[in-house]
Design a protein around this ligand. Structure first.
Ligand SMILES: [Zn+2]
Length: 291
């Protein structure tokens, strides 16, 4: 445990004047609800053959225009060529049902009036294939890719030993350090860290060992917390409903939920979940850029 109290480790700095936040639309995946919610689609004596409900999952990333540190990207979505990168079995389980040219990472960034070529830092909430696949765009660049040390180690172990390789893929982990082939990995091990003024990251293990949520303190629109897949959909958070096949460390997950809910209360934050389309559609209906 850290020697510091929770309050002492959380920065109350606001992002600099002129900071802008965008939520990028990277398409939609379809998935059986049993991956998201414990017990979903399970049979009972009275309903021995339930209809397997599926759910549409939004694919999101957050882009911050930071006057001091430039363009910061939180998460990257899936690889562009899903069929090739994921293989037939994953595509059959989790087909990407909405995806046009506009949903590619470069196009989604361009729609905000920015260019992917100007991204100065990437932070990955966790390294699963639907959050880190877009790192393919940063190979052969020197853009720092920030990730929690435990996540980086776990992902490399999971792929190399096939221990949890279904949800992590080797190609975007890119351990090659030759010039022009690798990624500029940068790890941190802090439970709470402010990498950019007003933009901090909170270690929230459970869904994966090194997942980090992002907190952005905006001057006009207040604080936003992006949970990555700590909460895939709102029921994981509001109803404390554990994840289904995607659950891993339950006790850590419960503690992370407690931490994030304390944060939300302290900052009266708007919370954005990993894939909840309803939540983001409501936000998009109000505005497309927050300041
Ligand atoms: Zn995900």
């Amino acid at each position: 445990m850290s020697a510091f109290s929770f309050e002492e480790t959380i920065s109350a700095f606001k992002a600099p004047p002129g900071t802008k936040l965008h939520i990028l639309n990277l398409g939609v995946l379809s998935v059986d609800e049993a991956w998201l919610l414990e017990g979903a689609n399970g049979s009972s004596v009275s309903n021995p053959n339930p209809t397997n409900k599926r759910r549409d999952l939004g694919l999101f990333a957050a882009l911050i225009e930071h006057p001091e540190d430039g363009l910061i990207l939180y998460e990257t979505g899936c690889a562009e060529d899903l069929d090739l990168k994921w293989g037939a079995q994953r595509v059959d389980l989790f087909p990407r049902t909405v995806y046009t040219e506009a949903h590619t990472l470069p196009a989604a960034i361009a729609a905000t009036g920015n260019s992917i070529a100007d991204v100065r830092a990437v932070v990955i909430g966790h390294l699963h294939l639907d959050h880190a696949g877009g790192l393919e765009h940063f190979k052969s660049s020197d853009v720092p890719i920030y990730v929690h040390e435990l996540e980086f180690k776990h992902a490399a172990w999971a792929v190399a030993t096939k221990s949890d390789g279904g949800v992590y893929l080797a190609d975007y982990l890119s351990l090659d350090t030759s010039a022009g082939l690798g990624l500029n990995w940068q790890t941190f091990a802090d439970p709470h860290v402010e990498l950019f003024r007003g933009v901090s990251f909170h270690h929230a293990p459970g869904h994966t060992p090194g997942l980090v949520a992002m907190q952005v303190n905006l001057r006009r629109d207040g604080t936003f917390i992006f949970t990555s897949d700590h909460a895939i959909v709102k029921e994981n958070y509001h109803d404390a409903q554990p994840q289904g096949f995607l659950a891993r460390d339950h006790v850590s997950w419960i503690r992370s939920s407690q931490m994030l809910k304390r944060l939300q209360r302290s900052y009266r934050a708007t919370v954005v979940f990993g894939h909840d389309l309803d939540v983001v559609n409501k936000l998009w209906a109000e505005k497309r850029v927050w300041e």
